[in-house]
Design a protein around this ligand. Structure first.
Ligand code: SF4
Length: 353
């Protein structure tokens, strides 16, 4: 175990990529980077990380921020609950921890959005606590290193991986050790064609010895994404377009055009009239079809029928939304919105001159 740790640390210190969050010891900045790196590639996260810290340089700035501002800086990064949770957690840190991010896993895990992985990453990287982390990269390295051939999605395998990671982290420099495992998974022990000849721990690796590294980790196939159909409309009244805000779910706090899902034999134009009547109280006549947008979520594949409607009747009554605005159509792009709504706006708004 000692030589394994030493080889990982030596390799990490000479081969690690120069990433902005590795140039700081500020626990707040490290926490922001870890929140962003869940579900997001390093290259994508870098400009967002820099913009976020410029706009909210410390925990007090984030705690007192406007949610729309936070979502605006986050726009395009996806999984918006991460941004909402960062802001709620910052408020909790200010109110309950004197504005200092706690340094132990148990306290960190009381904060919104901080689970086992983020707590371990912040505690070990920012505070050098001997706490393990297991993300996708670490799970791959450990299953190959230890020759774990059980499904990594099953609970007993997950337990085993965390035990292996915990044993490794119980030594000097646990923060660097954890980052070494993650870096090795990202740059050498890659899902396809791992570069075992360049690997600092090849002599300890069971999969390398057995010649089946690429077959690991074993993962059960997820079910195929479920197809879903929905309608949405740019509704115009006296030259202003209606935007509505989601109160909950993955897209909570984000703005969108009104619409909704439908299924069965209902036709899209009929579904549009029904959903607008039910969800925003408006009666639309002769909706004009603008086109279609497709979008893949992790478990769903959405086909969205997009319309333009002018001069609706009825009084606005929101159901399923917690806010609305009537805006000049070209201002819609400035509201915090997700990637799907970006595609819809690209379709229904004239291109900027
Ligand atoms: Fe991964 Fe190959 Fe290194 Fe084993 S020897 S940890 S399979 S890169």
């Amino acid at each position: 175990m000692k030589s394994l740790r030493r080889e990982l640390l030596d390799w990490y210190r000479t081969h690690r990529r120069a990433l902005p969050w590795r140039a700081t010891r500020d626990p707040y900045a490290i926490w922001i980077s870890e929140a962003m790196l869940q579900q997001t590639r390093v290259e994508t996260a870098i400009p967002y990380y820099e913009r976020f810290l410029e706009r909210f340089p410390d925990i007090h700035a984030l705690a007192t921020s406007d949610l729309d501002d936070v979502l605006g800086v986050w726009a395009g990064l996806g999984y918006y609950s991460r941004a909402r949770n960062l802001r709620s957690a910052a408020q909790k840190v200010v109110n309950e921890f004197d504005g200092e991010l706690p340094d132990d896993v148990d306290s960190l895990r009381t904060l919104p959005g901080i689970g086992r992985y983020t707590a371990g990453a912040v505690a070990s990287i920012a505070f050098d606590r001997p706490e393990p982390v297991v993300d996708g990269n670490v799970a791959r390295v450990l299953s190959r290193l230890r020759g774990i051939r059980d499904d990594v999605k099953k609970a007993p395998t997950v337990r085993r991986l965390w035990q292996e990671a915990a044993a490794l982290a119980k030594g000097p420099h646990p923060g660097d050790l954890n980052q070494a495992l993650m870096e090795l998974g990202a740059t050498v022990c890659t899902p396809r064609a791992p570069r075992c000849l360049a690997c600092p721990i090849a002599r300890h690796c069971e999969a390398h010895r057995d010649g089946d590294a690429e077959a690991l980790p074993v993962k059960s196939r997820p079910p195929p994404p479920r197809p879903v159909e929905a309608v949405v409309a740019l509704v115009l009244r006296r030259g202003k377009a209606l935007a509505v805000r989601r109160p909950n779910g993955l897209l909570a706090g984000l703005w969108e055009l009104p619409g909704g899902e439908f299924s069965g034999p209902e036709r899209p134009a009929t579904a549009l009239r029904r959903t607008l009547r039910e969800r925003v109280g408006l009666i639309v006549h002769r909706p004009r079809r603008a086109g279609e947008v497709e979008h893949a979520f992790s478990h769903r594949r959405l086909r969205l029928h997009v319309y333009r409607c002018e001069r609706p009747d009825g009084r606005l009554r929101l159901r399923d939304f917690d806010g609305h605005r009537w805006l000049a159509p070209d201002s819609l792009v400035r509201l915090p919105h997700g990637a799907l709504m970006r595609k819809v706006l690209d379709l229904v708004l004239p291109p900027p001159r």
